[in-house]
Design a protein around this ligand. Structure first.
Ligand SMILES: Nc1nc2c(ncn2[C@@H]2O[C@H](COP(=O)(O)OP(=O)(O)OP(=O)(O)O)[C@@H](O)[C@H]2O)c(=O)[nH]1
Ligand SMILES: [Mg+2]
Length: 325
């Protein structure tokens, strides 16, 4: 059943029950008609506002915004919101116009015709936004199913190709206990862990592996990209030089280069993982989630990067990014 059907059903049912006061037959009939217009319009507006409420002030966090954009397409949410808001305005205007017309009319037939006309136009306005109401409902349910991030807490996103050891590292660094397995795409959705670096509580996000390609992203990859693009205070990017993950170093480096270019303001720490498997030295921090090598240094690097990305006291940069249309 399209959303408009239940909205209109509720509006017409309640409006029908309007009990007018007043003296004289014509006066009562006019008031009854007027009440039907006011009530049905108000009920529809309440429902439309309710559909938009989730997205109204204070708005989505940058992570949610990126997630919705990557998943549903750029502008989809804003277009639907604008159409619903426009429908609200039109219904409000139409209700005022119709009440004016009712005041001028003088027969019960004329009242009946005006109410019928109002109901017809109301129904067509609401049906027009059916696809938008469905969009808003779907996007709302999608966001509800995603992990809730605290936009005020610094967020370290652990990212990289599939199977490079992201979940193993997250388990070392945080309270999270993500699944680790020897095959790629074990992690399919973001998982949130918490850590304490002594001065600050952090959110540490384990993300699904991402392949370096610009189209045909899976839902898991979309989620990881949204975390990197929309939630990260900083990114810890893992490169597996042992290639035991199953992917060549060159491909992993390309993804890193692309993200760095796309996100020039986000600090990246690049880590060479599985150092217990690799003899060669590296200019990058060598870390092993297996033996614990490099974990202390990584914690210190994260703390340093966060301290330098922190805004000066008094600057407003610490407030989470929120936006409304
Ligand atoms: N030898 C060694 N193996 C590791 C290390 N870290 C992870 N592994 C192994 O690498 C495989 C993948 O580890 P995960 O932590 O699941 O990797 P991931 O990057 O989260 O994988 P996806 O979620 O599939 O993207 C598992 O078999 C781990 O045991 C390490 O430091 N040394
Ligand atoms: Mg994983």
């Amino acid at each position: 059943m399209p959303p408009s059907s239940s909205i209109l059903d509720a509006a017409f049912r309640k409006a029908f029950k309007a009990v007018p006061h007043g003296t004289g037959r014509i006066d009562r009939a006019r008031r009854r008609a007027s009440l039907k217009v006011i009530r049905s319009g108000a009920i529809v507006i309440r429902h439309l506002r309710g559909a938009d409420k989730r997205f109204a002030k204070p708005g989505l966090t940058e992570f949610e915004e990126t997630l919705v954009e990557n998943r549903f397409g750029r502008g989809t949410l804003d277009r639907s919101r604008v159409r619903v808001q426009r429908a609200i305005e039109r219904i409000r205007g139409m209700s005022i116009e119709e009440q004016r017309a009712l005041r001028r009319a003088s027969s019960t037939e004329a009242f009946g015709t005006l109410v019928k006309r109002f109901y017809g136009r109301l129904a067509s306005f609401v049906r027009e936004v059916d696809p938008d109401l469905m969009n808003l409902d779907e996007i709302g349910r999608f966001l509800k199913s995603r992990p809730q991030l605290d936009p005020g807490t610094p967020t370290v996103v652990i990212a990289g190709f599939p199977n490079v050891g992201k979940s193993s590292l997250v388990a070392r660094l945080s309270t999270a206990n993500p699944k680790v397995a020897e095959y790629p795409f074990t992690t399919l959705a973001i998982e949130v862990g918490h850590a304490d670096l002594g001065f600050d509580r952090l959110q540490i996000l384990d993300t699904p592996g991402v392949l370096d390609r610009t189209s045909h992203h899976s839902d898991a990859e979309i989620e990881a990209e949204a975390a990197v693009e929309g939630a990260a205070t900083m990114v810890v990017f893992l490169i597996d030089p042992s290639e035991s993950c199953g992917y060549p170093i060159a491909d992993q480096e390309r993804l890193l280069a692309r993200w760095r270019e796309e996100l020039p303001n986000v600090p990246f720490i690049v880590v060479a993982t599985k150092s217990d498997l690799v003899k060669e030295p590296s200019e990058r921090l060598r870390v092993s989630a297996k033996t614990g090598e490099g974990i202390g240094e990584l914690r210190a690097e994260i703390a340093k990067a966060l301290a330098s990305s922190r805004p000066e006291p008094g600057q407003s940069g610490a407030t989470p990014h929120v936006r409304d249309i």
